[in-house]
Design a protein around this ligand. Structure first.
Ligand code: SF4
Length: 764
C-alpha cells in the first residue's frame, strides 16, 4: 500500500512543503502539502520531480576510493581510513593552509551542510575557504555587513504587504526567489498587482517576471549601480528622501548627497542606455508609493559593481523610509537563529583580515574568492593548497575557467568530495563520500528561514528509512570531522555533536545577560530531546532561539526585546509563539507559523556605532571607480546568464523530466544583432571573451535586448570520467569557460559572471 510522508523541498530557496507518495522505500510521487503553514500547497516542476531525483540511478551507492589511479567502490571504513591516513599527515608536514575547503550551493539546502562545515574548518585550522557565495550573493553580505554590522542581516521584501516592488536582476517567476524565501513567488507578484500595487522589473531580458510587470526597464547589463545611484540622487536632490523614524538610527545621511552628486539621471543615462526622464519618473514613483521595497539579486550582484548595487538597494529602502517597516523590506527572525540582543554598539564588520597567497585578495566573511582557487593550488610556495575537501561543490562548472581548475585539481596530493554524483569535480577526488538520497535525510532550513518573508518553523524527519549500506548525511560529515582531526576510530560520530552542544551551552551559561547564566551546562544538555545528534542540536538552537523555552527559565519569552504593539503573539495554529523546542515542532508536522516579519531596529544593528552606517568607508572609497564608469565606452556586446524554471545549478541536469524542451543551452541573440553579425536561428556561432571561446547553438529572440546575449550556467557535462548519463547526453557548454577569473567585484571578491564583453562570429 502506498503511504505518504512530508518533506521540505531542498531544490531551491523557496522551501516548499511536499507530500511524498512512497511505495516500499521508493518515492513515487510528490505534490504540494496543502497544510504546510508556509507554502500552502505550492509546488513547481522541480519539486514534482523529487521522486526521479531521489531515485536517480547515477547516484553513488557506496564510497569510492582511488587505488592505482582509479576510483573504485569501497566500504565506509576504507574511505575514512584513507582520509585519516592522508589529511592529518599532510597538515603535519605542510601546515594547516595546505588544505582547502570548497562549499557548494547545495550545502545550504541540507542540515548537515549547516551544522558541520564550521566544525570541519575549526578542526583543520585553514583559512583557505572558498564557497558558492563568491559566485553569487557575497556582495549582499558585504553591503549588509557594512550598513548593519552583520553580513547576515539581509532585509527581505515584504511581498505580502508591499504596494510597490522594484526588482533588479531577479527572475523569481523562474527561480522562485533568492535571499527572499517565498513559496509561490509568482503568485505573490500577481497578488501584488491584483491589490492595486505596482511591479517594476529592471532586467536586460524580457523574462517571465518582466512580462508580469507594470513596467519593464531593460538597461545595459552591469549598469544597475549607476541606475540605483541616480534614483538615490533624485530622491535627495528633489527633497523626496524621507527616512522618517529611521533617521534617528542612521548616520551618514548628510554626506550621502555629496557622495552621489555626480550620479544625476542625465549623467548615467548613456551608460544605462535608459532615458533620464524614465529614471527620474521611477524615483518619484518609488517615493510616492505608500510602501515600497527595492530588491536586487544575481544580475545585480555578479557584476563589476555588485557590492555598490547591493548597498544602493538598501540605501533606497532607507531613504524612502521603507526599511524595517511592514510593506517595505524587513529583517526576518528565524526560530533556530540567535536570540535578539539589546540595542547598542557591536563589533562591526571587518574585511581583509588576511589575504589570499597568490593574488592578495582580501578575505571577506572568512572566505577567499572561488575564482582564485586554481592559482592557490597551482602556484608553488609555502601555503600552497595540496589537499582539498569539496562538499556539495562542482567548481569545475560553477567557477570561472573550469578547464584551468580541472588541471589544478588533477595535480592535488589528496582530495575528498562529499557528493552524491561522480561529476566534473568529484571525479578528481581520492575519496568520494556519497550522501543518501534526500528522502532518507531529515530536514530543517537553517539558512533560508533567515530570509523568509514570514517567520515560521518546520522540521521533517526522514521520509524513507536509511538503506542498509548508507550513512546518514550528518554522520558522513561528523566522521569527516573526526578523520581530519586524527580522531578516526577514537570517538563516536555523536561525540562531534555533543562537543558542539557543550561549547554552545558553556558560552550561554557564562553570558551574564542570559537567563541561563550560572546554570550547569551538563544538566541542560541532559534536558535536550531528539533521537540523533543533529536533532539534539536543533532542539538546543530552538530552545535558545528567539521563540525558545530557554529550558523553562523564561517560558514563552518570544523575542521580547523586539515585539511591537500589534504583534499577535500567536501562531496560526493558535498556540502561543514562545516556548519552542523540538518536541513542539515535531507535534506540528506542517509547521508552526510565527507571524509576519516585524520591525527589528535598532537591535539588529551590530555596527561599531550601533547605528546604520549609510556611507561606510569601503563604499565611499569605491564610488570614484563607479564615477569613472560614466566616462567609459560601453562594449558593443555583453553576456548575461539566465535561469530556467526546471533548472537550478549543474546538479539538476541529470533528471530527464527537468531537461529538454525550452531548458536548453542556447545562446540567445536579439534579431538586430543576429542580422548585423550574419547569424541564423538554429545555426552556430563562436563566442569569445577573456578566458576563451565556445561554439554554441544560436537562438534568435527579441526577449533579450540588443547588444546583449544570454547563455545559461551549469552546463558543460562533457568531461570524461563523470557519471551523469542524462546530463552527458545533452552536455551544453560551460559559460564560465569564457572567463579567466580576473574579473571580480573588488569589495566582495565575487566573480563577474554577468555583463562582461564578448565577441560573436558565425560558424558554418
Ligand atoms: S519552488 Fe523550489 S522549493 Fe518549491 S517545489 Fe519548486 S524547487 Fe521545491
Amino acid at each position: 500500500m502506498p503511504r505518504t510522508a512530508l518533506r521540505i523541498c531542498p531544490l531551491c530557496e523557496a522551501t516548499c512543503g511536499l507530500t511524498l507518495t512512497i511505495e516500499g522505500t521508493t518515492v513515487t510521487g510528490a505534490r504540494g502539502d496543502r497544510d504546510d503553514v508556509f507554502s500552502r500547497g505550492f509546488i513547481c516542476p522541480k519539486g514534482a520531480s523529487f521522486g526521479a531525483l531521489d531515485a536517480d540511478p547515477d547516484r553513488l551507492r557506496t564510497p569510492l576510493v582511488r587505488r592505482d589511479g582509479v576510483l573504485r567502490e569501497a566500504t565506509w571504513e576504507e574511505a575514512y581510513d584513507a582520509i585519516a591516513a592522508a589529511v592529518p599527515a599532510l597538515v603535519r608536514e605542510h601546515g594547516a593552509q595546505a588544505v582547502g575547503v570548497v562549499l557548494g550551493n547545495p550545502n545550504v539546502h541540507t542540515m548537515a551542510g549547516a551544522l558541520y562545515p564550521p566544525l570541519l574548518l575549526k578542526a583543520l585550522g585553514t583559512r583557505n575557504l572558498f564557497t558558492a557565495s563568491t559566485l553569487d550573493q557575497m556582495p549582499k553580505h558585504v553591503s549588509s555587513g557594512l550598513l548593519f554590522g552583520d553580513p547576515f542581516a539581509i532585509p527581505v521584501p515584504d511581498l505580502e504587504r508591499t504596494d510597490f516592488l522594484l526588482l533588479l536582476g531577479a527572475n523569481p517567476v523562474e527561480s522562485n526567489g533568492s535571499l527572499c524565501t517565498a513559496p509561490d513567488f509568482p503568485g505573490l507578484l500577481k497578488a501584488l498587482r491584483a491589490r492595486g500595487g505596482k511591479l517594476v522589473v529592471v532586467d536586460p531580458r524580457r523574462t517571465r517576471t518582466a512580462r508580469l510587470a507594470d513596467r519593464h526597464l531593460a538597461p545595459r547589463p552591469g549598469s544597475d549601480a549607476l541606475l540605483l545611484a541616480a534614483l538615490a540622487h533624485t530622491l535627495l536632490a528633489e527633497g523626496l528622501a524621507v527616512p522618517g523614524p529611521l533617521a534617528e538610527h542612521t548616520e551618514g545621511l548628510g554626506e550621502l548627497g555629496t557622495a552621489l552628486a555626480s550620479f544625476t539621471p542625465e549623467a548615467v543615462a548613456p551608460a544605462c542606455d535608459l532615458p533620464a526622464t524614465e529614471i527620474r519618473a521611477l524615483a518619484r514613483e518609488l517615493a510616492a508609493a505608500p510602501t515600497a521595497a527595492v530588491y536586487g539579486r544575481i544580475g545585480s550582484c555578479t557584476v563589476e559593481y555588485g557590492t555598490l548595487a547591493s548597498w544602493l538597494v538598501d540605501v533606497l529602502n532607507i531613504l524612502t523610509g521603507n526599511l524595517d517597516r511592514p510593506g517595505g523590506a524587513l529583517f526576518p527572525l528565524p526560530a533556530a537563529g540567535p536570540r535578539p540582543r539589546p540595542a547598542g554598539p557591536g563589533k562591526g564588520f571587518a574585511m581583509g583580515r588576511w589575504h589570499s597567497r597568490v593574488s592578495g585578495h582580501p578575505e571577506v566573511k572568512s572566505e577567499l574568492p572561488t575564482a582564485a582557487l586554481a592559482e592557490e593550488i597551482e602556484t608553488p610556495g609555502e601555503g600552497r593548497i595540496r589537499a582539498l575537501i569539496a562538499i556539495a561543490a562542482n567548481p569545475v562548472l560553477s567557477a570561472p575557467d573550469g578547464r584551468r581548475l580541472d588541471g589544478a585539481l588533477a595535480g592535488l596530493d589528496f582530495m575528498v568530495s562529499v557528493d552524491p554524483y561522480l561529476n566534473e569535480t568529484s571525479r578528481h577526488a581520492h575519496v568520494v563520500l556519497p550522501p543518501p538520497p534526500p528522502s532518507q535525510s531529515a530536514h530543517h532550513d537553517f539558512a533560508f528561514n533567515g530570509f523568509a518573508i514570514r517567520n515560521q518553523v518546520r522540521y521533517t524527519r526522514p521520509a524513507v528509512p536509511l538503506e542498509a549500506d548508507r550513512l546518514d548525511e550528518c554522520e558522513i560529515h561528523a566522521r569527516l570531522v573526526l578523520a581530519v582531526s586524527g580522531m578516526h576510530g577514537a570517538a563516536a560520530p555523536s561525540a562531534v555533536d555533543e562537543t558542539a552542544i557543550q561549547a554552545t551551552l558553556r558560552k550561554e551559561t557564562a553570558d551574564p545577560h542570559s537567563p541561563l547564566h550560572g546554570e550547569d551546562p551538563a544538566r541542560l544538555a541532559g534536558l535536550l530531546t531528539g533521537e540523533t545528534g543533529p536533532e539534539r542540536r536543533l532542539d538546543l538552537m530552538l530552545r535558545l532561539g528567539p521563540y525558545g523555552d530557554r529550558f523553562g527559565s523564561e517560558p514563552h519569552a518570544e523575542a521580547a526585546a523586539e515585539v511591537r504593539p500589534g504583534a499577535s503573539g500567536r501562531g496560526t495554529d493558535g498556540a502561543p509563539e514562545g516556548g519552542l523546542g523540538l518536541e513542539r515542532v515535531l507535534a506540528h508536522p506542517h509547521g508552526i507559523d510565527l507571524g509576519p516579519m516585524r520591525p527589528r531596529l535598532p537591535s539588529v544593528l551590530r555596527t561599531r556605532s550601533g547605528r546604520i552606517e549609510l556611507l561606510p568607508d569601503p563604499i565611499a572609497a569605491e564610488l570614484p571607480r563607479l564615477r569613472a564608469a560614466l566616462a567609459e565606452r560601453p562594449a558593443a556586446l555583453v553576456l548575461v546568464g539566465r535561469r530556467h524554471l526546471r533548472s537550478n545549478n549543474s546538479w539538476l541536469h541529470n533528471v530527464p523530466a527537468l531537461v529538454g524542451g525550452s531548458n536548453r543551452c542556447t545562446l540567445q541573440v536579439h534579431p538586430h544583432d543576429a542580422d548585423r553579425l550574419g547569424l541564423t536561428d538554429g545555426g552556430r556561432a563562436r563566442i569569445t571573451a577573456d578566458g576563451g571561446a565556445l561554439d554554441v547553438p544560436v537562438e534568435i529572440t527579441d526577449s533579450v535586448r540588443s547588444g546583449v546575449v544570454s547563455l545559461p550556467h551549469g552546463w558543460g557535462h562533457d568531461r570524461a570520467g563523470s557519471r551523469l548519463s542524462v546530463a552527458a547526453a545533452d552536455p551544453g557548454v560551460n559559460v564560465n569557460q569564457l572567463l579567466d577569473g580576473t574579473r571580480l567585484d573588488p569589495l566582495s571578491g565575487t566573480a563577474v559572471l554577468n555583463g562582461f564583453p564578448v565577441e560573436l562570429t558565425p560558424l558554418p
